[in-house]
Ligand binder design. Structure first.
Ligand code: BES
Ligand code: MN
Ligand code: ZN
Length: 493
């Protein structure tokens, strides 16, 4: 797909489909107005079809008079000034309306729409991201391909003024790169546990680095992890035939001397619960328990696409959680790489067990900030549902930066407390710390557990159990929080 931005004169623009905006109440955008004047039918057609310009409303016209494009898609923007949400909704529904067309090249006259607190760069980025999201299909195990034929190859973002062109181009570039990262994260999430194993994730990371000068990948095997004292991580893979992997990706796009941001991903490629076996219903969804890792890999993919000038270290703790004769049992005590001993009261609270050793390991890169991403707790889904990612942090400015990035990227997080009062729920009679904190505040106590393994470094934890995938009829990975992470990292420059 090629993306470009330029100033366009709507009626004269040749394309398979021209997209113009109309506001709620029927007010035409400048391009829609120009088309009305050239063809003299747009206003009347909108009226006849009951098109009122509500956000997300669409009207597709074939071979309209007075314009050079083959089709005209009118999209409702809602009330002016347009909110960021309405704009996204309008673009998303607009693209959806083209699903059964054969349009190959598109021109969207959207630079002229002014969106509250946003600029042409953001507006163009949304187009590329939303289009990318709609093009995603998980077809690897389908014998026949889906029959919708909308597969555009050329996208023009129409600007109103030349001052918008470079901004829009940058937005399209970022959006297309984010879309690729999101697609990778979704693909890895959607892959079944028998294919997407820890070894598969490690190979995927190596694949990403192939031919890249800024990215290098190292994979630690169980033997090396044992030497490092990662008794907690290894207690999770103990019951599995699949060896655990610690995947370390170093992206060096900035100055050698600049401290990196470390990203740490939970990569449980299947979570049966282990000896604390989960109930059978819906257990298939635990193939998504590596979505934190997938988002970290997806983010690296985007950074490569953009050749971003920053330093990032990504660490993926990959393991499979299975019951077995050698599996860890409730009551077992293990020693983590940090030296702290852990009483494993529930083998289903395994995410924190792999993450704690990965967090300890991350310290060797002297990161300026560490952000871990994990489908960590069902409790977080109960607390926040599927709209917001749970955010925990030991540092207000880092929390703020992540919240803002989520807002900007439409991939929102919500801050949760990490107060000392919760810490005592993790007291153990037999070891330094227990791996569960009881029924109350399950998402908070999981974060508290992780906090014990970071010292002075600014650290944040993103619990994406509710946001990284959808259940139900539209079951599938969402690619969240790639967009948030990329935004946060790009804001670092
Ligand atoms: N992977 C799950 C968390 C999860 C559950 C994510 C449901 C999405 C939907 C995690 O490993 C887990 O099992 N957590 C337990 C912790 C409990 C044993 C303290 C949970 O949330 O029930
Ligand atoms: Mn679990
Ligand atoms: Zn899990």
């Amino acid at each position: 797909m090629s993306f470009t931005a330029k100033v366009v004169t709507a009626p004269k623009q040749r394309s398979h489909c021209l997209v113009v905006a109309v506001y709620e109440g029927g007010k035409l955008s400048p391009s829609a107005q120009a088309i009305e004047e050239a063809g003299g039918q747009l206003g009347a057609l909108c009226k006849r079809e009951g098109f009122k310009g509500k956000a997300g409303q669409t009207l597709l016209l074939l071979s309209p008079t007075g314009i050079s494009a083959e089709r005209l898609l009118v999209i409702g923007m809602g009330k002016a000034p347009v909110s960021a949400n309405d704009y996204r909704k309008a673009v998303d529904k607009g693209l959806l309306a083209l699903k059964n067309t054969a349009c190959k090249d598109l021109c969207l006259c959207l630079g002229e729409v002014s969106v509250k607190d946003r600029d042409a760069q953001w507006q163009a980025r949304q187009v590329a991201e939303l289009l990318g999201a709609q093009q995603y299909r998980f077809t690897r195990f389908k014998s026949s391909s889906p029959d919708d034929n909308f597969a555009p190859s050329k996208i023009v973002f129409g600007c109103q003024e030349t001052s918008q062109v470079n901004l829009a181009k940058a937005g399209l570039e970022t959006g297309a790169a984010v879309a690729k990262g999101v697609a990778l994260a979704r693909e890895l999430g959607d892959l079944p546990g028998n294919v997407c194993t820890p070894t598969y994730l490690a190979n995927e990371a190596k694949q990403l680095a192939r031919g890249q000068t800024k990215l290098s990948v190292k994979v630690l095997e169980e033997k090396q992890m044992k030497e490092l004292g990662m008794g907690s991580l290894l207690s999770v893979s103990a019951g599995s035939e699949e060896p655990a992997k610690l995947i370390v990706m170093t992206y060096q796009g900035g100055a050698k001397s600049a401290a990196p941001v470390a990203l740490v991903g939970k990569g449980i490629t299947f979570d049966t619960g282990g000896i604390s076996l989960k109930p059978g219903q819906g257990m298939d969804e635990m193939k998504y328990d590596m979505c934190g890792a997938a988002s970290v890999l997806g983010t690296m993919k985007t950074l490569i696409e953009l050749q971003a000038k920053i330093n990032v270290v990504a660490i993926v703790a990959a393991a499979e959680n299975m019951p077995d004769g050698r599996a860890t049992k409730p009551g077992d005590i293990v020693t983590s790489m940090s030296g702290q001993t852990i009483e494993i009261l529930n083998t289903d609270a395994e995410g924190r067990l792999v993450l704690c050793d990965a967090l300890t390991y991350s310290a060797r890169f002297k990161p300026k900030a560490v952000v871990d991403v994990a489908t960590l707790t069902g409790a977080c889904v109960i607390a926040l549902g599927s709209h917001a990612t749970g955010l925990y942090s030991n540092e207000d400015s880092l929390a703020e930066a992540l919240l803002n990035a989520g807002e900007e990227a439409n991939d929102r997080a919500w801050r949760m407390p990490l107060w000392d009062e919760y810490q005592k729920q993790l007291d153990s009679n037999f070891a330094d710390i227990a791996n569960i904190g009881g029924r109350e505040a399950g998402s908070v106590t999981a974060a508290c557990f992780l906090s014990r393994f970071v010292k002075k470094t600014p650290w944040a934890h993103l619990d994406v159990a509710g946001t990284a995938w959808r259940s139900g009829a539209n079951k599938g990975a969402t690619g969240r929080p790639v967009s948030l992470l990329v935004q946060y990292l790009l804001n670092q420059r």
